[in-house]
Unconditional design. Sequence first.
Lengths: 414, 283
Amino acid sequence: MTDPGGHGPAPRVDLGGLGLDRGGHLLLKRALRLLPAGGRLEVSGASPDLTTHLRGWCRSQGHRLDLAAPSVAGAAGDAVVASITRGPAGTGRWRGAEPAGASDPALPGAVAEHPSPRWGLAARGARVEPGGPEFAFPLDRKEVVWAEEAAALYAQAAAAQWDPARAIDWSAAITHPDDVEEAVVQVMTYLIENEMAALVIPAAFLARIHPHFREVVQLLAIQAADEARHVEVFTRRALLRRGELGLSTAGGQASLKTLLDEPDFALASFLLSVLGEGSFLSLLRFLDANAPDPVTRQVARLAAQDEARHVAFGLAHLERHAAADPGLRGRLAAAVTRRHDALRQTAGLNEEVFDALVVLAAGSWEPAALAAGFDRVVGLQHDMDTGRRRRLERLGFAPPDAEALSALHTRNFM
Amino acid sequence: MRDRESLTLGAVAYDAKVVTIWEGFKAWFAERDLRFDFVLYSNYERLVEGHLEGEVDVAWNSPLAWIESERAAARAGRRARAVAMRDSDRELTSVILVRGDSPIESLAALAGKAVAVGAADSPQATLIPLLLLAEAGLDPANDLRVVRHDLLVGKHGDHVGGERLAARALVAGRVEAACLLDANLLAFAREGTLPTGSTRVLATTPPFDHCNLTVFDDAPPKDLDRFLTLLLGMSYDDPVARPLLDLEGLKRWLPGRVEGYSQLNRAVDRFATLDAWLAQVSR
């Protein structure tokens, strides 16, 4: 393929019996790519309709075609049927194409601070042809969404996916009395609606995040899938002995609605992942330790493993965000206060859930057992508060501020 | 209402993408300070008649519509000019296909056989291939059984469906030969309509040209010059222009030329394709 300008012998592609209707154009394209515009390529081949194919193909590609006299012998014995003069168009398409960062997030500059809306859905690291449409992904600032830990957390999540049918022994014996089972069902009913909120919220945000932040989108997607599984197992556990679920209260739903209504990604992750799912982590561990039957303990334990990752990501990206934006902490604190005010008129944790937790932890309606169960639920609330304060301090809140904010967190836990 | 200050182009809406194409061109011209607008017609005869009436300044004509314009204008003592065309409008050929295992080896052997063509007014899939057969001594009316696939008559074969039906008729064994544009041989192979090896090219027409942008001698000269300068300067390197060029199927615009219409002129004369329409328009 030397001297493509036409002064020496032109390079030649021998298609043999291959027509352009079965991939011959690939050989032509590859050879033409090495030529400048105006460069000439000879084509030999024995496919029956080759000249007809060449006419249509060259015209569509903007190359000039000159059919040869039929008697010239090609190198491989097939006749040289034509010469193609490369048109100028092929080089144009990729002029000005830009790399959309780099695939490996560890490389310097791999993850852009503010990816172009024109990179759209392109894989990070792909070369993007100019002239494409602009995509409206409103969450397109690295400082707002990114965490270095996202890739590792996603890998962990992918490896830790469990199959509800096999991970839980659904046939394990449930021996506690019906009036304790009623409490278990009420707690499950409460968990289901909370987990549904934890599914819907990241799902809504992930569609607004620029796909350049691939690992974050993947992590939120698997987080939503985790919650889908939690909804499944809590439902299945609730229905194991009884045909119907428990109560859903207006106050509980009002509390969750304030989470759904929060339009800001940082504030929503703070309220949901750090404070809400953080508190839930204590609740699920409490259920693992205190539930009266092995199935409830298993579903709580498996869900807690997943929730721990959700909390870890929320903390990681908010830590990064707070470091880049000193005003963030003030906004986070204001969000807690705002939510507290919005819920001031509601009853907080519904009595049914509180009472159900006491009975569940008691395992019976014997007065002494109820007293012990009550103490454990009080202990649970203390654990939740401790956890929230620790996470708030990790985000840079001074201990007194952390204590005050934790106290304002919804009494509905999530 | 027509903006008399705009250069107005007429085109035929043979496909929904035509709206995207000309809206795109309109925006592209507007950014270059040319007021440009377009009107879409449902068929080429209406376009040519509208053009003659002065509804549009420039018409994006099929080759047959070009001949209609040229002949109708001449009858009225006016002159039509082809001012631009796509690079892909030059030197097309049509092919007459037979099945791969057909015993037919020459045009003469098609005598008395069924030959599938596209729409009645398709230059590439009907008029020009039938001319090739006629000039080889096979009168389509008497020596062949011509099987037309009249999809969207009035759109002059712009819609590829008629050719696809002709190709399917050949593969299904309902006809002995089928006529289609060279590029569609490849396109139909890729989409699976013509499996590789199922057909072979029996004959190829000489090269001919396809569409052009036509004006009459009363087109506004200043706007037309500006329009043509911008159009011929459109570059495939321009990422804004490129999608429009891709949609319209070209890499660059070239000046118009009319020497590529001689086969179609002969076909129109031989088959009296336009006689009735010309008589009606000239009344």
